[in-house]
Design a protein around this ligand. Structure first.
Ligand code: ADP
Length: 613
């Protein structure tokens, strides 16, 4: 019995095993899997044909027609195997799947198909002879020669595809190709020297067997389970985000009343000194509460991948100025010197998400102010300009409590506060740096921390921003003091309508607006607003959005249906998550004011819409 026969017989065993294993399990219907399925079947048929050729030609050489059919079929099998193997390499090299088949792929497949049919035709019509002497069996002739040429071209094509994809050449997916080329060459040499040894089919079985382990073939049941778990986790995460944004909305409404009344009370002339102190404390506590609400909301949005970076043109110098002012307020009475060094080569206008850049820098500045008792804080901004990109390198160095070396890694974990024994008097949630880090990542920037425990820390953030043309028009709000506004003849007596379904909110807004000498009218629904506007001409309307029956946005659109309606409408809402301002402005609202009402923002709106100067 020849070696070739023994190999083929063993290969049959392996091939049956492989076919059973592959088809007994449900597989993902990927293109790669489909082609592989064809290869397995083809290989099984190939082995049967090889074994048959031993039987018909070698043992029982009496039926020339059967012999011819078997030998030709074997050549056809080689063609099918080579074609499918080439298709397989094309698919894995170009990462083609059922969802991303391009026009180019289809054209290549068509050309490939036509050429294969022509070759098939040649194989079938050209003569094929077979040799059978002393147990040495092999076929030869033009038909077989076509197949030799085709094999050579196919190997050449594989090499080209591999070279084109050289970066991934180490991937295990290419292992069968290497084996095919290397073992194939050895097999061909053996066969050339000893034509009777038919090892080609067995070699293909080996390669096909090897491929089974390189194909990404995860269990479909496992995938289904994973997908289910993923969907459930996503659902739970979305539910959490929704819950948090609802909570934030709900908390903001009473907070609006607390800060609103406290602000109004603070301005009372004959307020006793002690009461004034208390009011200030109420305001500070409310501010912290608002910071926490915003922090929780931000982190949940980031985790749900819902936080977007919204780019706009902005003036970086104004931003640094605001940051310095805010930090001074935060330092308060503490004996800390704030040293500010801003690089003057920074362009006048940058393009980026200035709200988020500001939030990041404010977080580290606030921390420096919080965790430093005395000494200094250096707020330094350098820049690195390359083409139309300006890299802002912001560092904040303090002489504060510092951070222990082994704790630096924990710094960015949410709700993680270090050194709690020393920190007990400093308020915080441990969310600030977790948010800061995520925001920096979202903006493709970097955040570096250096610290010596007991001496101080240095936080450095670098973020790339686009440089905008310096003549771009920026909406600059003219800063006016409240004293000026409350005395302004133009404003006194102007009429404003407040639309809100919550009576307490109306009371707060009325109280704050009356301070400017404005006449305030109010109503509790969109329908009532539409009624009122018919008979009264207001100078400005503040509109809540989330109202039952008719939302503020719907009411606004109904108002706009009247072509003569030209009163500015400001949306006044507790829906303060990021991106909301842009959403409302894109609806057509003239401006946006979030609850709790910030006095400065209110001043700006009053000045913009009611000051006719
Ligand atoms: P929070 O300040 O609300 O506690 P952060 O996430 O901003 O939360 O900071 C996490 C922890 O990192 C803080 O609790 C503090 O222990 C430490 N930390 C942050 N900044 C500094 C700093 N500049 N100096 C010393 N410790 C700091």
């Amino acid at each position: 019995m020849s070696i070739g026969f023994t190999f083929s017989a063993c290969s049959l065993f392996y091939s049956i095993l492989l076919t059973t294993v592959f088809f007994s399990k449900k597989r993902l219907a990927t293109l790669e899997n489909k082609i592989y399925g064809v290869m397995i079947i083809a290989n099984l048929i190939g082995i049967i044909l090889a074994l048959s050729s031993y039987f018909f030609i070698g043992v029982n050489d009496t039926l020339p027609i059967t012999n011819a059919i078997v030998s030709k079929s074997l050549i056809v099998y080689y063609l099918v195997y080579m074609v499918t193997f080439t298709a397989y390499i094309y698919v894995i090299s170009n990462k083609v799947s059922f969802d991303n088949i391009s026009k180019k792929d289809i054209t290549i497949a068509k050309i490939f198909g036509v050429i294969s049919v022509i070759i098939l035709f040649l194989i079938l019509v050209l003569p094929l002879y077979y040799h059978n002497e002393n147990n040495v069996i092999f076929s030869y002739g033009p038909s077989a020669n076509v197949m030799y040429v085709v094999s050579g071209i196919a190997i050449f094509l594989w090499l080209i595809m591999m070279i084109k994809n050289y970066k991934e050449i180490k991937s295990k997916k290419y292992l069968p190709i290497f084996s095919f080329i290397s073992i194939g060459t050895v097999v061909m040499i053996i066969q050339k020297l000893n034509p009777g040894v038919l090892l080609m089919t067995s070699m293909e079985t080996f390669v096909t067997f090897l491929m089974y382990f390189t194909i990404e073939n995860p269990d479909i049941k496992l995938i289904a389970e994973l997908n289910l778990a993923k969907t459930q986790a996503e659902k739970a995460n979305n539910a959490k985000t929704d819950f948090l944004s609802n909570m934030s909305h709900e908390i903001r409404t009473p907070l609006n009343a607390i800060t609103g009344f406290a602000e109004a009370l603070k301005d009372e002339k004959d307020l006793p000194e002690r009461a004034r102190d208390d009011v200030n404390d109420i305001l500070m506590a409310s501010e912290s509460l608002l910071e926490i609400v915003n922090g929780v909301l931000d982190i949940s949005k980031i985790e749900a991948n819902k936080l977007e970076i919204i780019n706009n043109n902005y003036n970086p110098y104004k931003m640094f100025n605001d940051l310095t002012t805010l930090t001074k307020v935060r330092i308060g009475e503490k004996p800390i010197e704030l040293i500010v060094k801003i690089d003057e080569t920074i362009p006048k206008v940058l393009y980026g998400d200035h709200t988020r850049v500001k939030q990041v820098i404010l977080n580290i500045l606030t921390n420096a102010a919080k965790y430093t008792k005395e000494g200094h804080i250096i707020f330094k901004v350098d820049s690195l300009i390359k083409g139309d990109i300006c890299r802002l390198i912001v560092s904040v160095e303090d002489t504060g409590i510092g951070i222990k070396r082994d704790k630096i890694d924990k710094l960015f974990d949410k709700f993680e506060r270090l050194d709690e024994d020393h920190n007990t008097t400093i308020e915080g949630t441990g969310l600030g740096l977790a948010i800061t880090k995520k925001l920096v990542q979202l903006m493709h920037g970097q955040l570096v921390v250096q610290s010596v425990y007991g001496k101080g820390s240095k936080f450095t953030v670098s973020i790339d921003q686009k440089i905008a043309p310096s003549d771009v028009k920026l909406e600059d709000t003219i800063e006016v003091s409240r004293e000026e506004l409350t005395k302004d003849e133009d404003i006194i007596g102007k009429s404003v309508l407040v639309v809100d379904d919550n009576k307490l909110n109306i009371k707060v807004a009325t109280r704050l607006l009356e301070e400017y000498g404005i006449t305030v009218d109010s109503c509790e629904s969109g329908a009532l607003c539409l009624e009122k506007v018919k008979s009264i001409k207001y100078d400005l309307i503040f509109m809540d959005d989330m109202m039952p029956r008719m939302s503020g946005t719907e009411t606004f659109h109904k108002l706009k249906e009247d072509p003569n309606f030209n009163t500015p409408v400001v949306v006044l809402t507790a829906n303060a998550i990021s991106g909301m301002e842009e959403k409302y402005l894109s609806e057509g609202f003239d401006s946006y004011l979030s609850k709790p009402i910030e006095r400065k923002a209110l001043d700006n709106i009053i000045n913009k819409y009611l000051n006719n100067e």
